[in-house]
Design a protein. Structure first.
Ligand code: GYE
Length: 325
């Protein structure tokens, strides 16, 4: 096991603590083409959710000209091939560093090797990859398995001892966020009276969350007691489907989600959601700090993990106005 330490005093909103694990050499290119400006290519997943909008904003703010960056931004519309092409184009442009929020976990080995051969350091942000650790300098993200486990524990504590029928809206298939949340959640509800009626992807979007929930309602109707959605947006799409079917979200069908963006927290405060596990999207500042160090050849930790909170309806009401995103 690698040693863990908590880094405090990071100038981010609220009480965010980063757990840093391991230690890796900076490596990387000489950096900053002489004028001190660091050119960074950022390969974002797309714009699927409220979480993603907040994350993109945080990244653009942190990688600003005023902070010494020239940011080349690409959003791949959640198409893995397009994202690989974007990273390849950053390599061809000879950027100083690449920041990657990988849509899916697999398929990165070749292009990450190409970046390494070109001496361009890659820093992962948000999700993880299955490629070898020495193909990237560092990862700044969240503990998705723990998020799923927290959601599952709440469900097990509240519904685990009465027969309960659940449907699940999964995130993007093959993404670490979806895979790890499912793993954590499933382990927490093991051995309870909860039955999974169905589980399908809603691609982390409101539109697909609504469509898939419509299908669940047609198939199972009032048999459904509980919905677990891998993010707020799919839960919000499902809300519309539940209301259109003449049922009361939060009462007839209990709803548990992950993210805690403003719209999700509003639904929770209004009693239409029942529980939300936070996933903090404000990763820009820490990522920019790590990129600067890596480009300067300084050593950085292999991973920086943001600590998340969780909210029930009463807790949501208390914090709603002070939420920064
Ligand atoms: O939960 C979801 C977004 O990877 C943590 O992606 C991120 C997830 C987030 O689309 O809303």
């Amino acid at each position: 096991m690698k040693a863990k330490k908590i880094i405090t005093g990071i100038a981010l909103v609220g009480a965010i603590a980063f757990t840093a694990t391991g230690c890796a050499g900076g490596g990387g290119s000489a950096g900053g083409g002489g004028d001190g400006v660091i050119t960074v290519g950022f390969a974002q997943t797309g714009s699927e959710s409220g979480w993603r909008s907040a994350n993109t904003e945080s990244m653009k703010e942190a990688f600003s000209e005023a902070n010494g960056f020239n940011l080349i931004f690409n959003a791949a519309d959640n198409k893995p091939e397009a994202q690989i092409a974007a990273v390849r184009s950053f390599i061809n442009q000879g950027v100083d560093a690449i920041v990657l929020a990988p849509i899916v976990t697999d398929g990165w080995d070749d292009v990450l090797k190409e970046a390494k051969d070109a001496n361009i350091p890659v820093i992962l942000e948000d999700r993880t990859v299955s490629a070898s650790e020495d193909l990237y300098a560092s990862w700044i993200g969240l503990d998705f398995e723990k998020e799923g486990e927290t959601a599952g524990k709440w469900v097990a504590d509240n519904f685990g001892s009465t027969p309960t029928n659940m449907v699940v809206l999964e995130g993007t298939t093959g993404s670490s966020a979806a895979t790890d949340r499912a793993t954590g959640f499933d382990s927490a509800i093991k051995g309870t009276d909860i039955t999974v009626l169905d589980s399908q992807t809603g691609n982390f979007t409101r539109a697909d969350g609504k469509t898939v929930m419509e299908g669940f309602l047609q198939k199972y109707g009032s048999q459904i007691n509980l919905l677990f959605a891998h993010n707020d947006d799919m839960g919000l799409g499902a809300l519309e489907a539940i209301k259109a079917a003449g049922m009361k979200p939060g009462t007839d069908i209990k709803i548990v989600t992950i993210d805690a963006v403003k719209d999700g927290m509003t639904a929770l405060s209004n009693g239409e959601f029942n529980y939300i596990v936070e996933c903090n999207p404000l990763l820009g500042e820490k990522t920019a700090e790590v990129v600067k160090k890596v480009v300067a050849g300084e050593s950085v930790d292999k991973s920086y993990i943001v600590e998340d909170q969780a909210f029930d309806q009463e807790q949501a009401k208390k914090v709603l106005d002070s939420r920064p995103y």
